[in-house]
Design a protein around this ligand. Structure first.
Ligand code: GLP
Length: 243
């Protein structure tokens, strides 16, 4: 695993955006696995800036997002589809029909998950997967469990995740209790993985995930077993790691 320590959030965002843009430049038809949450926002702003300057071209890029709240549609401003549209897709020349997010409005859990798995396979897998890190070590919405979940599945969100994500909603009661998420197997099959972390609040879980035992109780710990992971963090988030 490579660890890149950036001075602050902006430097971390630029560094991770550089890795993603190198991927797009090296393979204009690449498949990017994308993430939501507050951490990647600076990366998306940087990518939009480089696109606007004419340095990046998304016209042949395909994207596959990690997860979506079950029950929220594209028009709901808390859905991850809405997040991706407003924070990236609407501002670059990507073909919207080549941007995939699980269908939060599909009530049939099995159908929602199997069609997403087929979608990932039809794209030929993911070249570069961007990941944030939940406070309890979740990646996508793979919550701490007794076993690593495999492919796309429906999860019941943990209390700590509901609490952490409540800041984006009017109140905690509005946070959906379920989500569709790519599984650990799908994530681990990505050819490259870039994990981004920011802020002192992530320091403890970063240490646990990347230097502790590999266990489904800390889902991100499985990344220690992947052969091409880059962890990009700012100084506070990496403060408990000996880099
Ligand atoms: C959500 C998303 C994750 C994300 C996590 C951390 O739960 N499902 O993909 O990594 O939040 O978010 P943040 O970057 O805001 O800390």
């Amino acid at each position: 695993m490579r660890i890149i320590k950036a001075k602050d959030y902006n430097a971390m965002s630029r560094m991770a955006a550089n890795i993603i843009s190198a991927q797009i430049i090296m393979n204009s038809k690449c498949v990017l696995g994308l993430a939501t949450g507050s951490t990647p926002l600076g990366i998306y702003q940087q990518l939009i800036e480089w696109y606007t300057k004419g340095d990046l071209d998304f016209s042949e890029v395909t994207t596959i997002n990690l997860d979506e709240y079950r029950g929220l549609g594209p028009d709901n401003d808390q859905s991850y589809r809405y997040f991706m549209n407003t924070n990236l897709f609407d501002h670059v020349n990507i073909r919207k029909e080549y941007t995939y997010v699980p269908n939060g409005l599909e009530p049939d859990r099995d159908k929602a998950c199997s069609s997403y798995n087929e979608r990932i396979r039809a794209c030929g897998g993911i070249d570069l997967q961007l990941l944030g890190l939940g406070n309890n070590g979740h990646i996508g919405f793979n919550e701490p469990e007794d076993a690593f979940e495999k492919e796309t599945h429906c999860v019941k969100l943990s209390e700590s995740t509901i609490l952490a994500n409540a800041r984006f909603f009017d109140n905690q009661a509005e946070v959906p209790r379920e989500a569709y998420t790519m599984g650990i197997k799908s994530i681990m099959q990505a050819r490259k993985i870039v994990v981004v972390v920011s802020g002192e609040g992530k320091a403890e879980i970063v240490k646990k995930a990347f230097t502790g035992p590999v266990t489904p109780m800390v889902p991100a710990s499985v990344l220690q077993l992947h052969n091409d992971v880059t962890l990009v963090g700012d100084e506070p988030a990496l403060s408990l790691l000996e880099v």
